[in-house]
Each structure stands twice: as C-alpha cells, then as structure tokens.
Write a protein that binds this ligand. Structure first.
Ligand code: CO
Length: 180
C-alpha cells in the first residue's frame, strides 16, 4: 500500500478539485488497490473522508471512516468505500464546522442536511443503500460535493483561518471570502 499525495489549490493538479468526476465502470484489482491506498492516505492525514479528486483522480470514488457509536469510537469505527454515489433523499439542516484535507489551515461553518439517504456501489460493484445521520451524513455530503468539484469554501457561512497563537493554542480567525 502507498500513501498518496493530497492535492491542494496550490498543487499542479489543482484543476481536478474543481472538475466533475467520472463514473467508475471497472470494479477490478486496480480499483481495490486504489481504495486501499486512499484509506491509508486518509488515516495518515487524520481525515474522516477522502475523495479521488483529492489525490488527483477524476473518478467518482470516496472513502470514509467514522464510528457508528460516538460513545465507543474505537470499537465501532466503520469504513465506507463509496463508488458512484448519489443522494436519494435529504432532510433537515444544521450548521457544523468542517475541515478538508485539500484545504489545510482552513475551517468552515457549513449548513448540511442532518439525514441523507445515499446510494452507491461497493468495491465489487454491488449496490448499497445507506441511511446516514448527523456527522456521518455531513461527511457523505462533503465527499459527494468533492465529486462535483464543489469545496466547503463554496458553501461556507463563515470561513476561518486556523492558526496557532503564541501559547500554542489553536485559534480560528474569520476571513471574509473563499480563497479556494
Ligand atoms: Co474535503
């Protein structure tokens, strides 16, 4: 397995972050290796989700890792390999603060649906329908946005620069406009 480079707006391949990704048609060994590499890359970067455009690939693929039970995060960590996803239903709206591995140093308050029914394919091409709520629903929406070339900065109610102050504490400084 390999840790892949994560694309940021400063990367040579930055345009891929802004392009709609293409449908996956081959559920083969190359896809499985890619999924394994994406999971490793996401874990190394301490992320909860990673979409293929973030590693420079215009494919409708995302990986997500999130606890099923927030009270038991380590024991219930579940991996989702999400291929060709579509949002079938969305309900509710809640603001929450997001980060993005492609936008280091930024945080954004984004309003997302609190319930999302997603349909996607797993690594073998099998159709999956999944009901997601709250933070997991938020992560799915953030990742599916990536597959449409949409970044959290586009949806931000407020955008922040994440900085460390002199005491080494993390501070969020509101900034006025999306820069990505
Ligand atoms: Co992101």
């Amino acid at each position: 397995m390999a840790v892949l480079d994560i694309v940021t707006p400063k990367s040579v391949h930055a345009a891929v972050l802004r392009s709609p990704a293409k449908r996956v048609r081959a559920f083969d060994g190359a896809l499985h290796k890619l999924l394994d590499d994406m999971v490793l890359t996401m874990r190394e970067a301490n992320g909860a989700g990673l979409a293929a455009p973030q590693i420079g690939l215009d494919q409708r693929i995302s990986v997500i890792e999130w606890p099923e039970d927030p009270d038991n995060p380590e024991e219930t960590l579940r991996r989702y390999e999400v291929i060709n996803p579509e949002i079938i239903k969305a309900k509710g709206a809640e603001e929450g603060q997001e980060g993005c591995l492609s936008l280091p140093g930024l945080a954004a308050d984004v309003v997302r649906a609190t319930y999302v029914l997603v349909q996607y394919q797993d690594r073998h091409g099998k159709e999956v329908r999944l009901k997601t709520y709250n933070w997991l629903a938020r992560i799915f929406q953030h990742e599916i946005d990536h597959l449409h070339g949409v970044l959290m900065t586009d949806r931000a109610e407020t955008l922040y620069r994440v900085v460390e102050n002199e005491e080494g504490e993390v501070e969020l400084i509101p900034i006025e406009r999306a820069i990505a």
